[in-house]
Design a protein around this ligand. Structure first.
Ligand code: ZN
Length: 463
């Protein structure tokens, strides 16, 4: 190429860039909106496995195109391997706490969170998840309990007490009593109470209303929303909205006001597939979460004053991609391990091994194994009996030797953080998960959170 041609090309490129810059709204130094995306159980090995399984060679996920990245250490106060409760508490409050603790320090004392601060600053706040809204990750932003598993009834009360503007997810069973097919034992109907507080309560996909401008509590499943692999098994009439649809709706509800907003979006089922040793399930959930990222980036295109931070709470399952993985075997798996396990356990009919073979795409499942899945006392372990066998067949290794009373299969490697928007460049290098909210609060000029020292050292160094 001649020099003249090079100059001409450079000129054209810079003219193009200038034109583009002139048409783009100017991004300010401080974000006006913050979207925190959390992939539950989305460790680096989950990301690379899903990329290898689902994308063409050389392709990347949308979140991998974000301009700023960091590594994030995740240990909790009580264990080098965190659970979602302690990790989400760190991301919400900037403090370490013990596993199972939600929004409280190791002594059980309530911690102020990002969304508490945001509300005080006049920001609107929202939570979107495809798990039960009372699950640990969203709960750490609004609830204050010491045991994430036994206190979901209290977590639901804490949600209404904080009073976020937009709540979209699953988990209505923690809001109503047994008469309403729920599991509250205090006789209260929190869906009714939410309505009395001025919330529109949405229960079905048809309720989603992009034009609505009031506060919304949308709970579209008794517990978690279905896994991505299983959505199509449900008749369209009862199919709940997807995480992308929920996120689109939340953004529409939140941007309708002049106020700035903070939105937390969780891809919560990556973790569950990891616990079930369901590698294809992990990949499907990750692909779905990346679709949510594209939805969010479309919003960022129109609102460049938005800071997006995407990270994980921890990795799950110890998934390792080996050179003995049987990549073409995954094509035959039609449903998640969870779906098939529930199918086996929900019926009184004789075990239908043919169904299990068909749905999971492996002809090696025996009647004995399927019967064992049916009789297993713990539904959690039942899924893992099936998943373990499937993993051997697919050539994926998992950590099989886990303590179900501990974090049940999480692993302690650092996770990644991806960021775009005003101030994104502050989130670089190796960070601790507690630094994410403290850096954010500093960037926004809000009063500081208690910080990581609050939780460290207190409590015990055991689970
Ligand atoms: Zn987990």
């Amino acid at each position: 190429m001649t020099n003249r041609l090079v100059l001409l090309t450079l000129g054209a490129v810079s003219l193009f860039l200038l034109t583009r810059a002139a048409h783009r709204p100017e991004a300010p130094a401080k974000p006006r909106h913050v979207i925190l995306m959390i992939g539950d159980g989305m460790g680096p090995s989950q990301v690379s496995f899903a990329r290898n399984l689902e994308l063409e060679a050389g392709e990347r996920f949308s979140f991998e195109s974000l301009p700023t990245t960091a590594l994030v250490s995740t240990r909790s106060n009580s264990n080098p391997v965190t659970d979602s409760a302690a990790a989400a508490t760190a991301l919400a409050s900037g403090s370490k706490t013990n596993n199972r603790h939600v929004g409280v320090d190791p002594h059980g004392v309530a911690l102020p969170t990002l969304t508490d601060l945001a509300q005080r600053q006049g920001w609107r706040i929202g939570y979107v998840t495809n798990t039960a809204i009372t699950h640990a990750t969203p709960a750490a932003f609004y609830a204050e309990v010491e045991n994430r598993y036994t206190q979901t009834d209290q977590i639901a009360l804490d949600l209404l007490e904080q009073g976020p503007d937009v709540v979209l997810g699953g988990g209505w069973r923690d809001f109503v009593g047994p008469v309403g097919f729920g599991r509250r034992l205090d006789g209260r109907n929190l869906l009714q109470e939410a309505e009395d507080q001025g919330y529109a309560v949405w229960r079905f996909r048809d309720d989603l209303d992009l034009a609505y401008r009031g506060r919304v509590l949308g709970l579209f499943a008794g517990n978690h929303l279905p896994m991505q692999l299983d959505r199509d098994q449900l008749p369209p009439a009862v199919r709940p909205p997807s995480l992308t649809e929920l996120t689109r709706t939340a953004l529409s509800l939140l941007k309708g006001s002049e106020d700035p907003f903070f939105l937390m979006v969780e891809g919560g089922r990556i973790d569950h597939a990891g616990h079930d040793f369901d590698a294809k399930g992990v990949a499907a959930e990750l692909v779905d979460f990346d679709g949510v990222v594209r939805e969010v980036l479309a919003f960022v295109d129109e609102h460049p004053d938005t800071l997006v931070l995407l990270t994980a709470d921890h990795a799950t399952g110890g998934l390792a991609t080996n050179d003995f993985a049987h990549w073409d075997e995954f094509d035959d798996q039609k449903a998640s391990v969870e779906w098939v396990t529930l199918g086996i356990r929900d019926t009184e009919d004789p075990v239908d091994t043919a169904y299990v073979r068909e749905m999971l795409g492996y002809s090696g499942f025996t009647d004995e194994l399927v019967e064992r899945v049916r009789r297993e006392a713990s539904s959690y372990e039942a899924k893992r009996i099936l998943g373990r066998e499937l993993g051997f067949h697919q050539g994926i290794s998992w950590i099989h030797d886990v303590d179900p009373f501990n974090t049940g299969g999480h692993t302690g490697e650092d996770v990644a953080l991806y960021a775009i928007g005003p101030g994104a460049e502050r989130f670089q290098g190796v960070l601790d998960n507690t630094e994410i909210p403290t850096l954010l609060v500093d960037l926004l000029g809000w009063p500081p959170l208690p910080g990581p020292a609050r939780g460290l050292g207190a409590g015990t160094y055991a689970n």
